[in-house]
Write a protein that binds this ligand. Structure first.
Ligand SMILES: [Fe+2]
Ligand SMILES: [Fe+2]
Length: 338
């Protein structure tokens, strides 16, 4: 995110009065701003969708679409742009309610001095700079929290190298699968965090169980079963993990309701958790552990196939199998380069 001062703000003007727009454009360019003008709202909105602008100056009364309707459409996809509405005369000014509901920051009368408009633009630039600073600080804070979670995971890794490497492989597999399924950006970001930290709760499992090389007793396995809840509880302290925690908590649930910790069934299990479970199990099968040999990809796919509808979401399991079969060399790379 850009944190530097805006020297040349990008301004888009929409007005059906070409002469007025030309005058405005010349003045604003003299102040060093980058100005684009449009008489036609549809192409102006298209331009705003495709390119980031700092300030929008729009005439209130126009045919066939009024300025307030244009602002309404722009606000659907851009909440940040600083909007100045203008009209010929104060009798034709929009109501305060319209200004507030559409988050229009300033109103300018064409009949008054242009100095006032320049002032509004300077205020707009300061507003946008502040907004970017706040956004930047928020992003930085989020990154600190993610780094901190990574430190916690590394402490698990310092004792149990498997969990660290397994988490990396599961994250890569999950993201590969999510892209294959063309999930949206937000889901991919959530899944990235959930997969990276899905076993972070193992930090709370005693070493003698976590590092045991023999088969676990039932009592020991009962303790292992706490790790999804422990993991979700660790990350729940921060709001940035709010969508991630339910996925971490559910990554050992089974589609038939026989999983743990909450015995969720079918679609009660979050979609991203159902997806993560398949990648998690696939990696656990192919990985070599002290108590078991590494299995082939083909064997792991047979296991996933056997578990569809019982352990796994049938639809997702089938898609996963097709994906791996279609992209075997890529999957082998994901599994081996850790
Ligand atoms: Fe796990
Ligand atoms: Fe895992």
């Amino acid at each position: 995110m850009n944190n530097e001062k805006i020297t040349n703000s990008k301004i888009l003007i929409i007005d059906d009065d070409v002469n007025m727009m030309d005058i405005l454009s010349v003045i604003l360019k003299k102040y060093g701003h980058i100005v684009n003008t449009y008489t036609e709202p549809v192409s102006a909105i298209e331009e705003l969708k495709n390119n980031k602008y700092d300030i929008l100056i729009v005439n209130y009364l126009m045919t066939p679409v009024n300025g307030d309707r244009i602002v309404e459409l722009v606000r659907e996809f851009d909440k940040e742009i600083y909007i100045i509405l203008m009209s010929m005369h104060k009798d034709l000014a929009p109501s305060i309610e319209t200004m507030q509901s559409l988050d229009i920051q300033a109103y300018f009368e064409k009949s008054t001095q242009f100095d006032q408009l320049i002032m509004f633009i300077q205020t707009g630039i300061k507003y946008i700079e502040q907004l970017r600073k706040i956004k930047n600080m928020k992003l930085q804070l989020e990154q600190y929290l993610i780094d901190f979670a990574q430190i916690l995971l590394n402490t698990v890794g310092a004792k149990d190298n498997y969990t660290e490497k397994h988490s990396i492989r599961v994250t890569r597999l999950s993201l590969y699968f999510a892209n294959y399924l063309t999930l949206d950006k937000k889901d991919i970001e959530t899944l990235n965090l959930a997969a990276s930290f899905h076993d972070i709760g193992k930090i709370g499992i005693p070493d003698k169980i976590l590092l045991k090389e023999d088969k676990l007793t039932d009592e020991e396995f009962d303790q292992i079963k706490f790790h999804p809840t422990l993991g979700a509880n660790i990350l729940r302290v921060s709001n940035i993990f709010k969508d991630v925690c339910p996925i971490i908590e559910s990554h050992h649930e089974r589609y038939d309701g026989k999983g743990y910790p909450n015995k969720l069934k079918g679609e009660e299990i979050p979609y991203l958790a159902r997806l993560l479970t398949i990648c998690d199990s696939f990696d656990a099968i192919v990985a070599k552990r002290p108590y078991k040999e590494a299995k082939t990809i083909e064997y792991a796919l047979e296991e996933i196939n056997r578990g569809k509808g019982s352990q796994f979401d049938k639809n997702l399991a089938e898609k996963f199998i097709t994906m791996v079969n279609e992209n075997k060399s890529e999957i082998e790379k994901i599994l081996s380069n850790v």
